[in-house]
Design a protein around this ligand. Structure first.
Ligand SMILES: Cc1cc2nc3c(=O)[nH]c(=O)nc-3n(C[C@H](O)[C@H](O)[C@H](O)COP(=O)(O)OP(=O)(O)OC[C@H]3O[C@@H](n4cnc5c(N)ncnc54)[C@H](O)[C@@H]3O)c2cc1C
Length: 496
């Protein structure tokens, strides 16, 4: 009887330890979030919690209900293992400090921890879990609980290791950007925080790319896309993480600061003529081994390299402006007018961006007045920026590489802003271009570009064609509403 009571006290102590762990984890989560931390693979977490509750409850029930005879030598040996596993567990917690968590949370730009037990083991915490999963129930000879926990823990640990390894794989990319040994010069004619006509909705995939290079710009989260056409409303919420509405000036500031931290040099000039041979390439008076042309829709680099191609079809443009008003939505709203689309993106606590896309002439205020609900919300709201335009949006390009030059972002070709993932695609292209240069295989980038942009090109072209047909245009929103799962899948396909 005394043995059973002692075992119950042991389980109670472990339960208290678990509660302390959860409190530490919660505190660390707040710290991680404040430092731009990103959570990976949450779906396995409830199962993990349930399994650990089972370990404690199952051990107690088995010992008390089945009155297993205690084997003192076994109990003492197992108790020693339990104490050892707890020590290892807390060594991990102390070594990781703020970065330890029961969830999988990675803070971008922070180096991988290689001290303490991490000097010898990649996942020492799980060694502790495996030992404890057997040793704790076996102190009271609750072997059924030990077996069930250990068997169920195998798929859980495999999932958890996969999620952690995938999450940790983002860290070398962030560090590589600074340590790859490539000396980088940015030639940019415009000074200060650069603004641009943009809907300013960063898709979740764009945020993931930014996190990999240690950038997390300030903004407001949005959770999906809402299409509105009169009475018809269709919503697609992102299945995983949110996107973020971010002022372009904020984005530029955050990117510029990170580039400066990594030793990137800035030259206030404009690229015009380009000369290149087998060994090097020269532009704006700088001779380099490679040139990335990321100079936007009307890329001079593209023209100088002879990669531009004439665009057919009607020309579409975009105009945007900001209004000082408290955001009323946590989605990007798209109002489908008869011949244009209006985008509303919350970008700050009291700032909303509105962009209109369509053929010329474009009048943002006239477009807003066509939607009484929107006009009402913006009525009396002071404008917080001057209108900015861009276009024609469609830009055709014959190839993305020419010798030692690679085109990235809008310079590499653009379809339309209709599906709002220009930045996500541009960031992914930038990663691929840098990787091709690091590998010394710039030609490889052409195939990478095709893969990265495939879904964007297909979906945007298809939606654009549908929107340009008068009869089909009016069915876009009702169809999205009637087929919510398909709408979610399409938006997810563009978001990540
Ligand atoms: C109305 C509108 C709404 C949009 N909404 C969204 C949205 O909500 N979400 C989204 O992800 N995307 C959106 N986009 C698309 C997005 O804005 C672009 O895809 C993105 O800005 C492209 O980035 P980039 O770096 O290629 O070009 P840019 O952002 O245009 O940057 C090009 C840079 O090159 C510099 N430059 C130009 N010429 C030269 C030269 N000769 N030499 C050196 N430097 C030069 C410019 O000064 C500029 O700083 C929208 C676009 C429009 C027009």
């Amino acid at each position: 009887m005394a043995g059973f009571v002692a075992f119950t006290v042991l389980i109670a102590l472990v339960a208290v330890e678990r509660i302390v762990e959860l409190l530490v984890s919660k505190r660390n989560l707040r710290w991680s979030e404040a430092h731009g931390g990103i959570e990976y693979g949450h779906s396995h977490y409830p199962f993990m919690v349930a399994l650990h509750v089972f370990l404690l409850a199952g051990s107690l029930i088995e010992v008390w209900v089945w009155q297993r005879p205690l084997v003192p030598v076994l109990s003492w040996a197992m108790l020693a293992l339990v104490i050892g596993s707890q020590a290892l567990r807390w060594w991990c917690i102390i070594t990781l400090g703020h970065r330890w968590n029961t969830l999988v949370v990675i803070v971008p730009g922070m180096p991988k921890v290689t001290s303490g037990p991490y000097r010898w083991l990649a996942h020492p915490n799980y060694v502790a879990v495996v030992i404890e999963g057997i040793a704790l129930p076996m102190v009271g000879f609750a072997w059924v609980t030990a077996v069930v926990f250990t068997v169920l823990n195998i798929p859980l640990l495999m999932t958890r290791l996969r999620v952690e390894n995938e999450a940790l794989a983002t860290l070398p990319a962030a560090i590589n950007a600074g340590l790859s040994g490539l000396e980088t010069v940015v030639v940019e004619p415009r000074q200060g925080a650069i603004d641009k006509a943009c809907g300013e909705g960063l898709m979740p995939g764009a945020l993931e790319s930014l996190a990999r290079i240690g950038v997390s710009p300030r903004g407001l989260p949005f959770h999906g896309i809402r299409y509105i056409a009169g009475e018809n409303v269709a919503e697609a919420r992102f299945s995983r993480t949110p996107g973020r509405g971010v002022r372009r000036t904020e984005l530029h500031g955050a990117l510029r600061q990170r580039a400066s931290e990594l030793g990137v040099r800035f030259v206030a000039d404009r690229v015009d003529a380009i000369a290149h041979d087998d060994e090097s390439i020269e532009a704006a008076g700088i001779r380099a081994r490679y040139l990335i042309g990321a100079d936007g829709l009307h890329s001079q680099v593209r023209s100088s390299l002879g990669l531009a191609s004439a665009s057919r079809g009607s020309k579409r443009y975009g105009v945007r402006q900001h209004f000082s008003v408290r955001p009323w939505t946590d989605m990007v709203e798209v109002y489908w007018l008869s011949d244009a689309e209006l985008y509303v993106t919350p970008v700050d606590e009291d700032l909303v961006g509105v962009a209109v896309l369509g053929t010329a002439p474009l009048d943002l205020h006239a477009a807003i007045s066509m939607v009484p609900e929107l006009a009402g919300r913006l009525d009396g709201a002071p404008s917080a920026s001057t209108p900015r335009g861009a276009g024609p949006l469609r830009q055709r390009v014959t190839a993305r590489t020419a010798g030692r030059a690679l085109l990235v972002g809008d310079a590499a070709g653009y379809v339309d802003a209709l599906t709002g993932e220009g930045l996500r695609v541009g960031f992914a292209e930038a990663e691929a271009a840098a990787a091709a240069i690091r590998a010394g295989l710039p030609g490889r980038y052409e195939a990478d570009w095709r893969g990265i942009t495939r879904s964007y090109r297909w979906l945007t072209n298809a939606l654009l064609w549908t929107a340009s047909q008068r009869r089909l245009r009016s069915v876009v929103v009702p169809a999205a509403r009637a087929l919510p799962m398909a709408f979610v899948r399409i938006v997810d396909g563009l978001a990540y």
